[in-house]
Design a protein around this ligand. Structure first.
Ligand code: MLT
Ligand code: MN
Length: 310
């Protein structure tokens, strides 16, 4: 199974259009050691011919153009695409807006929890994905399924599981209390398995906390892509970018007590890769002490175009 990181940044990307923070400013002017990044998404293929997208970032058009594997086949007729399905892990703008780039009458399948499919159903702009062509299929926790696109099964099985997280920003309900109206189905992790070999990996681009259930699931995992939004919980406040902690945003920090590096360290995960990295995160800078600390702890920082085989 081949995994291609289409985008490695969190919402906003790097540089973010209105951000004058150090990372965005340096990425914008092409300073060395801080590569621009599009918003988080990965493409997965069992045989290299049919592809499944894990989330559809607002940058999807650019991501497809930059990824030859996702181009139409030259001998496949006037309109064709190797993208057979999109599996959604949450309803945030950075995970779903790219669906709008996949209009133009192309059949494929969209998988999401009821919570995320409800977001699509309640926003009629998503009907540009013609209902007769683009199937929407509900994912139920505890019920693994075989991904099927217009050309049939693509050789990949997926199990969706709940992850501590938060309702999308635009659906937050202050009156609902501290959880802002978060419900099961808002934030999902994926176990992605190559049917032929049985090899698998986990994709968890958003996570508020490593709880007991997640610990049990990730124990001894061969490969994990995990929420790398922040380095420290309060970095956006410290940099004057946004008056919110990571905790408030439903995302984890890499460092500090209770951070992802510490929380996942005891689980003997063979390969650990951060994705969904916010433009405030100092570990984005290749020469930073924070990057060195991340790598010394056995983690990799993903980048756009990164390829991983399992
Ligand atoms: C998030 O990951 O918290 C969201 O992408 C926030 C947003 O929608 O801007
Ligand atoms: Mn996000």
């Amino acid at each position: 199974m081949l995994i291609k990181v289409l985008g490695s940044a969190a919402g906003g990307g790097l540089p973010q259009w209105n951000c004058n923070g150090r990372n965005s400013a340096d990425a914008r002017k092409g300073a060395g050691g801080i590569a621009p990044r599009t918003q988080a998404s990965a493409a997965v293929s069992a045989h290299g011919k049919q592809w499944v997208l894990l989330n559809a970032a607002p940058d999807l058009r650019q991501q497809v153009n930059q990824t030859p594997e996702l181009h139409p086949a030259p001998d496949g007729g006037p309109r064709n695409s190797p993208i057979e399905a999109v599996v959604l892990t949450n309803g945030d703008v950075d995970a779903i807006a790219g669906l709008l780039c996949l209009r133009e009458g192309q059949p494929f399948t969209v998988y999401g929890t009821h919570r995320v499919l409800d977001v699509l159903a309640s926003n009629s702009v998503f009907d540009v994905l013609a209902p007769g062509l683009v199937r929407r299929v509900a994912m139920t926790y505890g019920q693994p399924f075989t991904v099927e696109g217009p050309s049939g099964a693509v050789g990949i099985d997926i199990e969706a599981f709940p992850v501590p997280g938060k309702v999308p920003l635009y659906l937050e309900d202050e009156k609902a209390g501290a959880d802002l109206g978060t419900q099961e189905g808002d934030t999902t992790g994926l176990k992605v398995t190559d049917r032929a070999s049985g090899r698998h990996f986990f994709y968890v681009p958003g996570c508020a906390k490593v709880d007991e259930a997640l610990r049990a699931r990730l124990k001894d995992a061969p490969l994990l892509f995990f929420d790398g939004t922040l380095y420290t919980n309060d970095e956006m406040i410290a940099q004057g970018l946004l008056n919110k902690t990571g905790e408030r945003m439903g995302h984890m920090n890499m460092s500090e007590e209770g951070g992802s590096i510490e929380s996942l360290a005891p689980l003997d995960i063979a390969r650990k890769i951060f994705i969904h990295i916010n433009n405030s995160n100092p570990a984005l800078r290749e020469d930073s002490p924070e990057r060195a600390a991340v790598e010394a702890a056995g983690w990799e920082v993903s980048y756009d175009g990164m390829e991983v085989r399992v």
